[in-house]
Design a protein around this ligand. Structure first.
Ligand SMILES: CC(C)(COP(=O)(O)OP(=O)(O)OC[C@H]1O[C@@H](n2cnc3c(N)ncnc32)[C@H](O)[C@@H]1OP(=O)(O)O)[C@@H](O)C(=O)NCCC(=O)NCCS
Length: 173
């Protein structure tokens, strides 16, 4: 049975299952995504999908008719501070990144009552950087030359959002 986490106007988020494994692997390794993420192997992704979801969870973003539109990988769910490890939108440029992240933030803070979420992002991923900041994530720091990608050391920017910052924004709009 599909476990829906939250639904919005155009999209809903549901827990991934084993039928989504090939989709997730293909998304990670599509060249337009791979340059911005650190992919996990199939064994790890299967472990996430078949886990009980208490510490890590893969989430499928789908249109309301069930068409898949992307995926999130969430970790540290057994702490007060969740990490959004992967954010990948399949059907890009339709506003789905913004809409699905808003849904994920609502689930994280309103349903699951996390204290904080954090996410990291390659320094040159300007679309994602702008998106996270415009959603209210605070730029917290720079991890210098922490990733070695094809022989080049890359920087990561760390973003965080606290529960009180999330709720303050909800009353503003
Ligand atoms: C980054 C990503 C998640 C954004 O999702 P998306 O659905 O394409 O983005 P949206 O359509 O919701 O647009 C979000 C904003 O980015 C802007 N944007 C989207 N695509 C853009 C492009 N190609 N060029 C410039 N701006 C763009 C939009 O105009 C929008 O800004 P606005 O709301 O101020 O108008 C998606 O492109 C993606 O999966 N990229 C590859 C993987 C990745 O980088 N993941 C993040 C790792 S930290």
């Amino acid at each position: 049975m599909n476990e829906i986490l939250i639904a919005g106007r155009r999209l809903r988020l549901r827990r991934a299952n084993e039928t989504d494994l090939n989709y997730i692997m293909a998304l990670q390794f599509a060249p337009e995504n791979l340059k911005f993420i650190v992919p996990f192997d199939e064994e790890f992704q299967r472990e996430v999908i078949t886990s009980d979801g208490s510490e890590k969870m893969s989430v499928i973003i789908e249109e309301l008719d069930g068409t898949r539109a992307g995926y999130f990988l969430l970790r540290e769910l057994d702490s007060p501070c969740a990490e959004f490890t992967h954010v990948i939108i399949d059907r890009k440029g339709l506003g789905y990144g913004r809409e699905s992240l808003k849904l994920l933030l609502a689930w994280t803070f309103e349903t699951k009552k996390f204290h904080r979420v954090w996410i990291d992002c390659k320094e040159y991923n300007s679309i994602a950087l702008n998106l996270y900041e415009s959603l209210g994530f605070v730029r917290e720091g720079l991890l210098r030359e922490i990733l070695l990608t094809n022989g080049v050391y890359e920087n990561l920017i760390v973003f965080g959002m606290l529960d009180r910052e999330y709720f303050a924004r909800q009353t503003e709009v």
